[in-house]
Design a protein around this ligand. Structure first.
Ligand code: ZN
Length: 406
């Protein structure tokens, strides 16, 4: 068995070593230079499609409602279990405060600056070259490799959701998502789940000069918001979040809307909120929110509705002892010389959508930054260029090893 493991690792590192550092950097820059703010991913999708096509990897466009199409390529036997690379092409908008050109991909003192360098065009570029290296090495007979560049992640995750609904993860053996929070020092092996709720409050209108005759939906909503802010959920003993603190349930009110310019007691108010749940624990978020509403004895009528479909994010956890996690830790250590930490994502992402439709192990890692340099969704987003080739090689090594081993 050990000899077999050595053989597989040698094969995996020969595939990984074929990846050229200069090409990884150049491709990352080309992706950053094509704007792809969410819902407007079309041009970048065409570019990635063109690369895959040129390499003979028969890409396909998969239409996504409200966004540019996903670009998908698969190699290997049609019905074989899949090893999937997933990354999103879209970025957030250009925030105020940029000093470098957000679409320049300028390299200064070892950092590449640009919108999406961290989140996550360098992840896409490195996965793309890992995928090509696997294809050039002949792939594997008993496994199908898939590369997915998806859209709409910064919105509702519509791109990955579309693939999940179409059965793209059905026979998957392992899923690797290229979101590299913390860079190659960290591997995300689970995430909190997120449920979104609409809450409508209906009070009773009256003249604004006689508030005692009406029921203010805004006043009731404000009491509800305060109560939700002080609601404390459960905390996990053994899972740490990407901020280093123990993973806990929590909720945030995202929006409150109500009232008018007329001199009237507000009869309507709308509250929008998210509730985070923990992997491995039964989600009792909705029940707890209903209990809060009941305990306040509000005079407004309150209607709480859970948003379903694309708005649901299932929590998940991939066992730290699973073959995929072990293989990833070894492959990354081979590249960087140090063993990454295992962490759990506080925020929801595309891997939660994938976890809804497959029991296959899922991990996320890739080029990224932590601490001061973690300028995700911020101006002056930048990534250390030196980690790009190691990331691409680690992706190739993980995929080839897991495909051949188990
Ligand atoms: Zn991202």
């Amino acid at each position: 068995m050990m000899a077999r493991v050595r053989e597989v690792r040698a094969e995996a590192s020969s595939v990984a070593d074929a990846i050229d550092e200069k090409e990884v950097v150049r491709l990352s820059q080309r992706l950053v230079r094509i704007p792809s703010i969410y819902h407007n991913e079309h041009r970048l999708g065409k570019f990635i499609f063109g690369m895959l096509d040129k390499w003979g990897l028969s890409p396909k466009f998969v239409p996504v409602e409200g966004c540019g199409p996903n670009v998908v390529s698969e190699i290997g036997p049609r019905d074989a279990p899949r090893v999937v690379f997933n990354g999103h092409m879209d970025t957030v908008e250009v925030m105020a405060g940029w000093k470098h050109d957000p679409f320049g991909a300028e390299i200064y003192k070892g950092m590449m600056y640009g919108l999406g360098t961290l989140d996550m065009k360098c992840g896409i570029a490195t996965m793309l070259l890992a995928y090509r290296a696997i294809a050039e090495s002949g792939g594997a007979k008993q496994v199908r490799f898939a590369f997915q560049a998806v859209t709409g992640e910064e919105d509702t995750g519509m791109g990955t959701w579309t693939l999940a609904e179409s059965g793209a993860y059905k026979r998957s053996k392992a899923v690797i998502v290229g979101e590299g929070f913390g860079g190659l020092d960290e591997v995300t092996i689970g995430r909190r789940g997120a449920s979104y709720f609409d809450i409508d409050l209906r009070g009773r209108a009256a003249h604004g000069a006689t508030p005692e005759k009406g029921i203010s939906a805004i006043s009731d909503a404000s009491r509800l918001v305060s109560a939700l802010d002080s609601l404390r959920g459960r905390t996990s003993r053994d899972m740490k979040g990407d901020d280093g603190t123990p993973l806990s349930e929590s909720q945030t009110v995202l929006k409150i809307q109500g009232g008018s310019d007329s001199l009237s007691v507000p009869e309507k108010c709308y509250v929008y909120m998210v509730r985070y749940s923990l992997p491995g624990l039964k989600d009792r978020g909705e029940r707890e929110i209903r209990d809060v509403i009941r305990s306040l004895g509000l005079r407004s009528k309150v209607d709480l509705r859970l948003k379903t479909g694309v708005h649901r994010y299932r929590p998940y956890r991939t066992s730290p002892g699973s073959a995929l996690v072990k293989v990833a830790l070894d492959a990354i250590k081979d590249q960087t010389g140090s063993r990454p930490k295992l962490i759990y994502g506080l925020s929801e992402a595309d891997d939660n959508k994938i976890a809804r439709v497959t029991r296959a192990p899922i991990i996320c890692f890739g080029p990224g930054e932590s601490g001061e340099l973690a300028r995700y969704h911020q101006p002056e987003e930048a990534v250390r260029v030196s980690q790009l080739a190691p990331a691409a090689r680690a992706y190739a090594a993980v995929a080839v090893t897991i495909a051949t081993l188990s």
